[in-house]
Ligand binder design. Structure first.
Ligand code: NAD
Ligand code: UFG
Length: 337
């Protein structure tokens, strides 16, 4: 099958393309490289010993999308393309809504035009806001506290309306928890453009000597050690979840929604200590004040994905930190090395 992967040069996209190629799919990637390097794609080809088709372009560009759909017999689309920095979304809401919401609308319009109606969408656990209890099941109420989260929620609602209007669509809304780690080859991984916003890339950059120390955002939460708890999931497990979602779409399920998480929460301090074991050096840190908008704890109930997708995470915390360190230590400057 030919799968179109938007944002396929990015962090989760590149890992998913590896799994798609390994399963024997034809892969067409579309990415504007606003937050990615084309080197990731040559690394993907190196890992898989298979070739892929890459178009540099934007999901907002209709004529460009029409060309891609004309040139390839696309069966399904995995839509990763989007902007993802929460703080930036507060400063640049219009850019985020245009890219994430209008970009998805444009993509769906062209999919409709070409009668391609299988879509996997990258949503986020951020749509649960501050959950009333844990673990989080898919039927929990949704809310958003920033334009990034709002854009994910808006797209989820648009996709639901689209399906109501035309039930020949098959749409999987995948709500990722906290993706971390890297491919075991050490050839692809997360390569933030700027100062990392997220915990794991920040810890890795401290470990490799690019940053002096980590700030731990709050140690007075109502958690077992006072620091924030999250459901970290290995990016290879997450990537495989997309293949299972594609298989599900082939059974004509209509609109489906799944948590992709492990069901296990780890605190910031536990992540630091696990990483110290992986890199065999101390990670200097200081306790700082809480980061605005953060919640105390968030972890998934992953049973629905197990029952309906036959998918569950298999990598351990050790796998996550070891693979992150392998990638970071081999590529201290990411893809610009
Ligand atoms: P990423 O930034 O590494 O990948 C996104 C890719 O999309 C990049 O390669 C970027 O160049 C491309 N892109 C952005 N806008 C585009 C456009 N208009 N046209 C074409 N290409 C465009 O991010 P990621 O971590 O791989 O995330 C992938 C998706 O998963 C995003 O939609 C993100 O919101 C979502 N998600 C990520 C996380 C996370 O923590 N990484 C968590 C939940 C959801
Ligand atoms: N943290 C620190 N110091 C840092 C960075 C993070 O202490 O320098 C803490 C945070 O306070 C939080 C935990 O580490 O307790 C995880 O923070 P991340 O920024 O790595 O992840 P978030 O859970 O805040 O958010 C991430 C993505 C969102 C996504 C969400 C759920 O950034 O886009 O996971 O999938 F929506």
């Amino acid at each position: 099958m030919t799968i179109l992967v938007t944002g396929g040069a990015g962090y989760i996209g590149s890992h998913t393309v590896v799994e798609l190629l390994n399963e024997g799919h034809e892969v067409v990637i579309l990415d504007n490289l606003s937050n990615a390097s084309v080197t990731a794609l040559s690394r993907v080809e190196q890992i898989t010993q298979k070739s892929l088709t890459f178009y540099q372009g934007d999901v907002l560009n209709k004529a460009f999308l029409q060309k891609v759909f004309t040139d390839h017999p696309i069966h399904s689309v995995i839509h990763f393309a989007g902007l993802k920095a929460v703080g930036e979304s507060v400063e640049q809401p219009l850019r985020y809504y245009e890219n994430n919401v209008t970009g998805t609308l444009t993509l769906c319009e062209i999919m409709n035009e070409f009668n391609v109606k299988n879509l996997v969408f990258s949503s986020s656990a951020t749509v649960y806001g501050d959950p009333a209890s844990l673990p989080i099941t898919e039927d929990f109420p949704t809310s958003a506290t920033n334009p990034y989260g709002q854009s994910k929620l808006m797209v989820e609602n648009i996709l639901s309306d689209l399906y109501q209007a035309d039930n020949t669509w098959n749409i999987a809304r995948l709500r990722y928890f906290n993706p971390v780690g890297a491919h075991p080859s050490g050839l692809i991984g997360e390569d933030p453009n700027d100062i990392p916003n997220n915990l794991m890339p920040f810890i890795s950059q401290v470990a490799v000597g690019k940053r002096d120390k980590l700030s731990v955002f709050g140690n007075d939460y109502n958690t077992h050690d006072g620091t924030g708890v999250r459901d970290y999931i290995h990016v290879v497990d997450l990537a495989r979840g997309h293949l299972q979602a594609l298989k599900k779409l082939n059974t004509n399920p209509g609109l489906v929604t799944y948590n992709l998480g492990t069901g296990q929460g780890y605190s910031v301090l536990e992540m630091i200590h696990a990483f110290e074991l992986a890199c065999q050096k101390p990670i200097p840190y200081q306790i700082a004040s809480r980061r605005s908008g953060d919640i105390a704890a968030c972890y998934a109930a992953p049973q629905k994905a197990l029952t309906e997708l036959n998918w569950q995470a298999s990598h351990t915390l050790e796998d996550m930190v070891m693979s992150s360190w392998h990638w970071q230590s081999n590529n201290p400057n990411g893809y610009s090395d």
